[in-house]
Write a protein that binds this ligand. Sequence first.
Ligand code: UDP
Length: 332
Amino acid sequence: MAILVTGGAGYIGSHAVLGLKRLNKEVVVADNLETGHKESLLKDVPFYNGNLKDAAFLDRIFIEHEIKAVIHFAANSLVGESMENPLKYFDNNVGGTLSLIEAMNRHGVKKIVFSSTAAAYGEPETVPIRETDQTLPTNPYGESKLMVEKVLKWADQAYGIKYAVLRYFNVAGADREGIVGEDHRPETHLIPIILQVALGKRDEIKIFGDDYPTEDGTCIRDYIHVTDLVEAHLLALEHLDTHDSNTFNLGNGSGFSVKEVIDAAREVTGHAIPASVEKRRAGDPAVLIASSDKAKEVLGWAPVYTDMKKIIQTAWDWFEKHPDGYREGGES
Ligand code: UDP
């Protein structure tokens, strides 16, 4: 019995595949390699290159393997792009998942762990954010994930497909052995961009606003290590064997400002990392911190990488060894 990982060539998906293989689980990967990297695929893991909206493609996977559960990462995930091209996000993220659930139903697969996002909440009313707080996304990316959450609720009721929705906060870091890592093109995330400055690939880090109502004026985010995140997926999968569908936040429960992250990176890398202040980036809430109490209590999840320097260290180890990411020469 295998676990199908969609988006298994992406940043988080590849770490999940590795986590499953370390537990000697049978894994199958589906990815269209639009943003994923074929270089991140593990040799002994069957790989299917195709689109989730292609029913025949999914049928082939479900026929050729005895799939017992799906961990569903495959999605577009750039907030800015989603504002400019919302239909791409509804088409791919929602449409792709509808097709996946239909295929699961055709083949009698009854468990799914779904990669959702803090962007499902939008601007928080209170922090830390709890799973029961209002969900009012401020961009199509978050909306597309929330739409899938709602689809899953009704698919459970109609077809008995159990789901765990995991709402991620800011995922960062890389595998401790550096077997896989982070390589987004374009890169928009804070920590990899800071480390590109330390590598000499950028001149400086631009801080998007220092006039927020926080102590040092820069935005505060909740950074969770990718390996801790993966661990929660494995626990959620197990949980579904004996429990009903559920939704969990995944974060560290403590926040770091942009300036604090830059300072931690200076310590880890020993590089000065020049920074300048730019105007605010549209749509950035001042503070996003998760309450992950529910994941801890219900799933028994215990994040290991709660220290920002440790998170950055794992990312730095990867970037030092792979300054051009997965592709030598740096082409995309
Ligand atoms: N950020 C920044 N400069 C950058 C990239 C990000 O100041 O070059 C800030 C961004 O405004 C946000 C935080 O860093 O407050 C985290 O941004 P990221 O894009 O990594 O994740 P997000 O919080 O948008 O999911």
